[in-house]
Design a protein around this ligand. Structure first.
Ligand code: SF4
Length: 468
């Protein structure tokens, strides 16, 4: 029922490709980006309701997966900064820890950056670990009180994955955005519309985006996404040390980067050296994400390394990319990601890691296949292969941190995406399992999966590996 509501919502929202790529903050799109947006939205609602000036205290309640893994995923910090008016896309990531430390030390926060109120974190930020809200595992409720303790405003919402937040009452609201010319709602629709129009996936996706804004703006926005991905890789390659959170996970990307770039001749003897580079690009992003750095949600933060790694492979190894190809790679990937969002989920709390790393792998495989000259049936095949071999992938992060297995899993996902694209390119696009069948299987597998494997850190590696 939860999955059904989430995908119905995606259907009603008529999403754009750009919705899948948020330049935000780590470590989690559902547990950091979404909650920060939700808290910021709540302070905007206080203003709209004309009660902000009378607000003397605010309570934030986190439910289900947000409560279980929220501490490790930075949900507490995200809520505090959101209440202070910050947004994931613009918050200064270098000042986050100092800002949060100041709120905690002073026991005061400034609503929307202005009016100061007392904030006793123990009573005002409540983690309801055993009590999820009904519509989704990532529930939040914000309540404002006046100086006499009377309730001024209550707001309930859900972080449904990929940084998307929906209000409790918005579930049934229809989007009024004009219908796009190509209803790319399923793998079958993708094949049928391509057959009718003779267009590639990226061209159909671009024409859809053109109904929302001028093409030049879409292209510029996607190139900004690519720039942010590159900056993230660059930072990850030079930022050494131990990741925050208490697991004492050492960053590996800088040492790997140093080794690969100081011995380029090694690639002459070992053609698979290219896989080390792909792993490096993915891990650099996910180490930045785990450190709370600036990351592109693609389609989630936990899986943020796969698309940049595969796009780096296209640009740096295949040397087959110009700006148009990069834009088209991101459009094709988004078209595939939106099919998952519409028909299943991209939330680890709903369907496990198959919805995060699995979906990112599928998006990257299809996009790479098109970029390397694949036909639409081959693109659909590549996306299908990539998900078929991620089915059942659980979410069991150790210590509730987006570090183990997440960082390495992105490296594996990126390599698998390249492999899936290559397998599809070696065929003619005909295959036994369709993309739609694999998405339906992924959705059903997620529904059958025990809650302990869905971003709760109550099963799998999270309980079998001792924290120290
Ligand atoms: S295991 Fe996968 S879904 Fe879970 S937090 Fe890590 S990347 Fe996200």
């Amino acid at each position: 029922m939860i999955l059904q509501r989430s995908s119905q919502l995606a259907q009603a929202m008529n999403l754009s490709a750009l919705d899948l790529y948020t330049i935000g903050i780590g470590p989690s799109s559902s547990h950091t980006v979404g909650p920060m947006r939700a808290a910021r939205r709540f302070v905007a609602l206080l203003q709209e309701a004309g009660v902000q000036a009378r607000t003397a205290r605010v309570e934030a309640h986190l439910y289900g997966s947000l409560a279980l893994t929220g501490k490790g995923h930075g949900t507490d910090k995200a809520v505090l900064l959101g209440l202070e008016g910050e947004l994931p896309e613009s918050v200064d990531v270098d000042c986050v820890d100092a800002r949060v430390a100041a709120i905690r030390a002073d026991r005061r926060l400034r609503i929307d950056g202005g009016q100061e109120i007392a904030f006793e974190e123990k009573q005002d930020l409540v983690f309801h670990r055993t009590k999820p809200l009904p519509a989704h595992p990532n529930g939040m409720r914000f309540i404002a009180f006046d100086a006499d303790g009377a309730e001024l405003l209550t707001h309930t919402c859900y972080s449904i994955g990929g940084g998307f937040v929906v209000d409790e009452n918005a579930v049934v609201q229809e989007d009024t955005t004009p219908d796009p010319p190509f209803a790319l709602h399923s793998g079958a629709a993708l094949l049928c519309l391509a057959n009718e129009s003779g267009l590639s996936v990226s061209e159909m996706a671009l024409r859809n985006e053109n109904t929302r804004r001028p093409e030049a703006k879409t292209r510029a926005a996607l190139l900004r996404v690519w720039e942010a991905m590159q900056r993230c890789v660059q930072r990850g390659c030079v930022s050494s040390g131990v990741l925050p959170g208490g697991l004492r996970v050492q960053r590996r990307a800088p040492a790997l980067f140093h080794e690969l770039s100081s011995r380029p001749e090694a690639a002459l003897n070992d053609p698979l050296c290219v896989l080390d580079w792909v792993s490096l690009w993915a891990m650099a992003v996910n180490e930045e994400n785990a450190a709370g750095g600036r990351v592109v949600t693609a389609p989630t933060n936990g899986a943020a390394g796969i698309l940049p790694a595969v796009l780096h492979y296209l640009v740096r190894v295949q040397r087959a990319a110009n700006e148009d190809r990069i834009v088209r790679f991101l459009l094709t990937a988004a078209a595939i990601g939106l099919i998952y969002k519409r028909n299943a989920s991209i939330s680890g709390a709903e369907v496990g890691c198959q919805g995060e790393v699995g979906v990112a792998c599928s998006m990257a495989a299809g996009a790479l296949c098109e970029a390397l000259g694949g036909s639409v049936p081959q693109v659909e095949n590549a996306a299908e292969i990539a998900m078929e071999h991620n089915l059942g992938l659980t979410c069991d992060p150790i210590g509730g941190l987006v570090q183990v297995p997440c960082i390495e899993r992105n490296a594996m996902g990126a390599v698998k995406a390249i492999h899936a694209a290559r397998l599809a390119l070696r065929g003619d696009g005909t295959h036994r399992v369709s993309l739609d069948k694999v998405i339906a299987t992924m959705r059903q597998t997620g529904a059958d999966m025990s809650t302990k494997y869905k971003e709760t850190s109550r099963g799998g590696l999270a309980v079998n590996v001792t924290e120290c």
